[in-house]
Write a protein of this length. Structure first.
Length: 235
């Protein structure tokens, strides 16, 4: 009887291993963030520091993954871990992970207690799921492809993609984008402070392709010189 029990016990691990290997990979419980806690038991399945219920199940960026399994839910190139806790809108998270998970629920201890998620434009859509974080009419993914989008151009401690007036000229980016209040529309949206007051005449063209004002005297002088030289040559 004892020998029979020993045989069963020694055979049990082999049987369990065979059963596990026989289960198709698709049927095994996933662990998206590879933290050792299965998604169905993980309060932060994608490991971005945001609870699953706050991440939501909407596939905002249409990449095939719902918010709670997507570390960049809106697909703007800024990780949810940054957008979710960037309360002062400076482009950096205000809450750092501790690396500890005392209750082993999959959510880092630093994020166990939080007063909500960052929503810069106050549209009741958290920034990590908002396709236009500053509500300036320019989708954040497109804005981040522009020069200066991650830079604080006007010195107000907000990078361009989190600033509704990125160049600080008093005109909202939304108005400049529509060409309201500026000569040629959105061209001055980010670049105005950087170029203003330099006195530079190195631009190759003015509005609508006309020569820049600083180059007109030079062009006039060059034309007169060529005309005089042409007369001398003919003589």
């Amino acid at each position: 009887m004892i020998q029979r029990q020993l045989r069963v016990r020694s055979f049990a691990p082999l049987l369990l291993g065979w059963l596990c290997s026989a289960v198709p990979a698709a049927a095994q419980t996933p662990d998206t963030d590879a933290d050792g806690i299965e998604d169905m038991l993980d309060r932060d399945a994608d490991g971005d520091g945001i609870r699953n219920e706050l991440d939501g199940d909407t596939d905002t960026d249409a990449d095939g993954s719902p918010g709670w399994l997507d570390t960049d839910a809106d697909g703007d190139g800024v990780p949810d871990a940054t957008e979710g806790y960037d309360f002062d809108a400076n482009g950096e998270s205000d809450v750092d992970p501790s690396g500890d998970d005392f209750d082993a629920d999959g959510l880092d201890d630093s994020f166990q207690v939080n007063a909500g998620l960052a929503d810069f434009d106050g549209d009741e859509t958290p920034d990590q799921r908002d396709v236009d974080d500053d509500d300036d009419g320019i989708p954040t993914p497109d804005e981040l492809m522009r020069a200066g989008a991650r830079v604080d151009v006007d010195g107000d401690h907000h990078p361009g993609y989190l600033d509704a007036d990125a160049d600080g000229d008093g005109l909202p980016d939304r108005s400049e984008l529509a060409g309201e209040g500026v000569g040629e529309g959105s061209a001055e949206r980010v670049d105005a402070p950087a170029d203003a007051g330099t006195g530079s005449s190195c631009a190759i063209a003015g509005p609508r392709g006309a020569p820049p004002s600083g180059a007109l005297p030079l062009l006039s002088g060059l034309a007169l010189w060529l005309a005089k030289r042409h007369r001398v040559t003919r003589r």
